[in-house]
Design a protein around this ligand. Structure first.
Ligand code: PLP
Length: 402
């Protein structure tokens, strides 16, 4: 055996072959550093020191998933395992169509107008892949900002051109189609009830958005993830207005407390659904059969959702009364589980500084800037912790305002 040759002290070890730098998709390179690193680090420090924290940062509520849904999941686990199909089980598509009928008065053909997804995040991310191509004259995808970041990500990875439209408090954070250039736009995303602001759209607004898209041959994609969480008038679906060149993206994550199950539905124009049916087998994102069974139980039942609505309403009332008492400005809403709060004057509009100060009291909120341009100057409060915890967090928050 030959002994490995020792490198003389002070001499650099040279690799035998030069390893070229790893080339990444430039979209990954351009993503930049995670903007909330400082907040995350400070939170970890506090938690390590044993400081109790209250997480109003991520939109993942703690309420238990209804027993009926968990039971359906357990019963769905079979002895042998088979690949699920892209189109999913007929019962699931029928259950969803049944909900659309009860909730929105919309009739859907479960065979041609409905398609399941493994959560709406992947559905939103992948959808542009079916409808954009470098050879197309129009590759722009418009979406509101601040907003859910996946509209942009999905656009860029599909080779599209991201066209953020800044939302304004004066317009109730409703995306103004006047700011969308029809000459370059192929897809328009809307999202009401809106993350992060909780803004809601009227039927008339949806009618105007649909008319604009029809006139300019733009595909209209409506992210309706929060549609079933409201305490006043039920928010409308775009499908109540039209199905033509339109899709609604609906999810069980928030409606039924199933964020960990990964189950959502796309519905609308059969031509668009047919295109997605062609695309999605290449991606392989069909939900497990037992998740589909749980999802079927969830879409078939509205009572557990009514109970969830009441819980979020109680939390919302608790916080809006508190904000009113201490004079914090927020966007009034009765839908979603978010409150969009203007940073108080003492922080001169610096949402990160305000979030950092709240963190010192153990309260975690999301600085508005993390939702894109136009989000600065606000923080998002996700009504995620339980009611009792919300009460304790308010006591801490009050200390800061006093
Ligand atoms: C606006 C919006 N759309 C879609 C999603 C994705 O939800 P899911 O993938 O859990 O269905 C979220 C999650 O927070 C969201 O806020």
């Amino acid at each position: 055996m030959t002994k490995p040759r020792a490198t003389p002290p002070g001499e650099e070890i040279k690799p035998l072959v030069e390893v070229p730098p790893l080339l990444l998709n430039p979209i990954l390179e351009d993503q930049g550093a995670y903007p909330l690193l400082r907040l995350d680090e400070r939170r970890r420090e506090l938690e390590e020191r044993g400081v109790e924290t209250f997480d109003f940062g991520t939109g993942d509520p703690r309420e238990p998933t209804d027993a009926l849904i968990r039971q359906a999941l357990r019963e769905g686990v079979t002895e042998t395992s088979r690949y699920p199909t892209t189109t999913g089980k007929r019962e699931l598509r029928e259950a969803f169509a049944g909900w659309m009928g009860r909730r929105h008065g919309v009739t859907l053909d479960p065979g041609t107008e409905v398609l399941p997804a493994a959560g709406s995040k992947e559905a939103i991310f992948h959808a542009p892949l079916a409808f954009l191509h470098p050879s197309h004259g129009r590759r722009g995808v418009a979406y509101g900002t601040p907003g859910y970041p996946v509209y942009e990500r999905g656009t860029l990875f599909a080779g599209g051109e991201a066209r953020p439209v800044e939302l304004d408090e004066g317009d109730g954070f409703l995306l103004q189609t006047g700011a969308v250039d029809p000459g370059e736009t192929r897809i328009l995303w809307i999202n009401y009830p809106h993350n992060p602001t909780g803004a809601t759209a009227t039927y008339e607004y949806l009618e105007r958005a649909a008319a604009f898209c029809r006139e300019h041959e733009i595909l209209l994609f409506s992210d309706e993830c929060y549609n079933d969480l409201y305490s006043g008038k039920p928010p409308p679906s775009i499908l109540e207005v039209t199905k033509e060149r339109t899709l609604a993206f609906c999810s069980l994550s928030k409606r039924s407390g199933m964020t960990g199950y990964r189950s959502a539905m796309m519905a609308g124009d059969p031509e668009l659904i047919a295109a997605l049916k062609k695309l999605r087998p290449s991606i392989g994102v069909a939900s497990q059969a037992f998740v589909q069974d749980a999802a079927t139980a969830a879409w078939n039942d509205d009572e557990h959702v009514e109970r969830r609505r009441r819980i979020f309403d109680e939390k919302r009332t608790l916080f809006t009364r508190f904000f009113g008492r201490i004079g914090l400005k927020y966007l009034p809403t009765d839908a979603s589980f978010y409150l969009w709060v203007a940073v108080p004057g003492a922080f001169a509009g610096d949402d990160e500084a305000y979030a950092m100060r709240l963190l010192e009291e153990g309260i975690v909120v999301a600085p508005g800037r993390s939702f894109g341009i136009g989000g600065g100057g606000y923080v998002r409060v996700a009504l995620v912790p339980g009611l009792e915890e919300c009460g304790r967090a308010i006591e801490r928050w009050e200390r800061l305002s006093g």
